[in-house]
Design a binder for this molecule. Sequence first.
Ligand code: ADP
Ligand code: ADP
Length: 226
Amino acid sequence: SHDLELIQVGKTYDDGTVAVAGFDLAVSRGEFIAFLGPSGCGKTTTLRMIAGFEAISSGTIRIRGRVVNDLPPERRPTSTIFQSYALFPHMTVRRNIGYGLEVKGLAKADREAKVDRILAALGLEDIAERRPDRLSGGQRQRIALARGLVVEPDILLLDEPLGALDANLRRAIQNELRLLQRTLGITFVFVTHAQSEALSLSDRIVVMNQGRVEQISPPRELYTRP
Ligand code: ADP
Ligand code: ADP
């Protein structure tokens, strides 16, 4: 019944840098997990290994019971949202969001229905026919989120997705994220170096330091020992 399991996962880069070592984690379906820790502690590397962008050096990663160690990213039931939105500037918002479905070969009518649903869920209907380069940071972040969610992943991986936004917008999108996650029941794995973000968003916080897991706790137990 675990959506995601990491068993003694490690990553040593070609230059000898040990980025992650002995990482153990089991995530239930629909949980919101935050990876918290200082820059360089291995958060992004771990997320990239779950997504399949980075090969693991040791251990096992399972998604819904299936070992994914050797699966390329496009065959994993994950979507990744990055800090830089990586939207196509020449495509409309609608086409940006539908692109992943197009690549998968989904019929136009199915595609449009899914895109319409996610446009509505994220309040993007009014800008659906516009191009992303003229839109605000908050709007672009919502588009990136929509693009990740429209393919209906088992797990959404978010790498500091709010880092480029100002404080007010960050709070607003944090609330939306939390609501969306509860509504959809999708497992979220969220990378951040901001304690406040981890505390307000997640069900459990994985505190990392120098490539290792220091502790895993729900927010209210982060600073207390049981
Ligand atoms: P975080 O996301 O917590 O900032 P990273 O996962 O980006 O941490 O990095 C973990 C460690 O691995 C750091 O020491 C970083 O410099 C190193 N690292 C990241 N990517 C590479 C790479 N491609 N080659 C070598 N070392 C890397
Ligand atoms: P962050 O701190 O936000 O995780 P970085 O700015 O450290 O990201 O890294 C940006 C990119 O550079 C990533 O693709 C990462 O893998 C790569 N990188 C980070 N550290 C190193 C390193 N020591 N050697 C080679 N590539 C690295």
